[in-house]
Design a protein around this ligand. Sequence first.
Ligand code: FAD
Ligand code: DHB
Length: 388
Amino acid sequence: MSRVRTQVGIIGAGPAGLLLSHLLHLEGIDSVVLEARSRVYVERRVRAGVVEQPTADLLREVGLADRMDREGLPHHGFSLRFDREDHRIPITELTGSTITVYGQQEIVKDLIAARLAAGGDIRFEVSGVAVHDVETDRPRITFDGGELECDVVAGCDGFHGVSRGAIPDTVLRTFEQVYPFAWLGLLAKAEPSHEELIYTSHERGFALHSMRSPEVTRLYLQVEPDERIEDWSDDRIWDELHLRLETDDGFELQEGPVIEKGITPMRGFVAEPMRHGRLFLAGDAAHIVPPTGAKGMNLAIADVLVLSRALSALLNRGETDLVESYSDTCLRRVWRAQGFSNHMTTMLHRTPGAEDYHHRLQLSQLRYTATSSAAATSLAENYVGLPF
Ligand code: FAD
Ligand code: DHB
């Protein structure tokens, strides 16, 4: 069995774990990242696509944005589509900020390349990970064939990871909202049908038009929560997208070969506190937002920025203030993002079995957002990302 000593043991090579390892390296702190999946798997996993302005600025500041600035697509607005008509929210005009459309797996590729170029230690396909002794100042991570002896453990292992379970039930409180629908995501080799994202509210359910490049379109459909992807042929998906995205001004949805498709459940979830002793949770390990509004990855990145500063204070200067305030600092942003994501989700999705009263309210909220500069500015401000 190999026994390794490192300052920070990081579980999970998603955006949170990898960026934390990079930020700590810049602070002169060494870390080891343990990942259950293979490198190929994490680099191909299709997930989020919207990078907020504060996230993009951070990636630039820490030398990770060269490819994003070359290949990412800057956006200055998006559409709310309802009643077969587009209503543009001019986010840059309203806030001075932009968002960048750049796939999460591209950020993951850039992070892995940067860590490996700097001699970083990332171990893929590690099984049997378990966390121990987090209430001492020498916590450990064990895994099949090895052990990491650390000063601190960072649980960046996503919603289904093991880290959160290392916080005793007597300490951990969880808050959860499961939505009565799911998202079917489709990646297609097709030119985007519109230059901006389109969030659509339709009587058959929500639909979203997004993109990854001038040749690749990303589309989402609201479906039943227990839907199986095998029951959605490509033809059925395209038919449904045509129905929901249709407008009166001749919008044409471009079809193309399907590269990937899958179904994601929708939930809001928060675990409090995000620190117990020397164990720190970050990203999806601590919280999940429903994806409408694209906050998940951005929140994970905001957490690890706060964490890297706290760990630098602790490990480089022996100061504990930022460690003590880590959980509260992150949770303030997390709950704002929960509120925003819930608002976007509720405004745009059809809740099965809901009264018509609810649908009238949704339409009223959409019209208000499309016509009031105060409502549009509030939406845009949250969408582009509140400052770190
Ligand atoms: P993750 O990216 O989940 O990374 C955690 C890592 O830990 C993974 O690589 C995992 O393999 C690893 N791991 C797990 N358990 C262990 C273990 N026991 N030992 C070692 N390693 C382990 N957000 C949006 O904004 N828009 C979207 O369209 C969108 N789509 C999504 C689709 C899916 C299917 C999912 C699950 C999430 C989606 N999200 C989306 C959310 C966004 O992708 C996440 O918020 C983001 O990935 C969080 O990053 P993270 O690093 O915290 O967690
Ligand atoms: C994408 C995902 C989102 O959740 C969203 O709100 C916008 C775009 C995307 O994957 O492109």
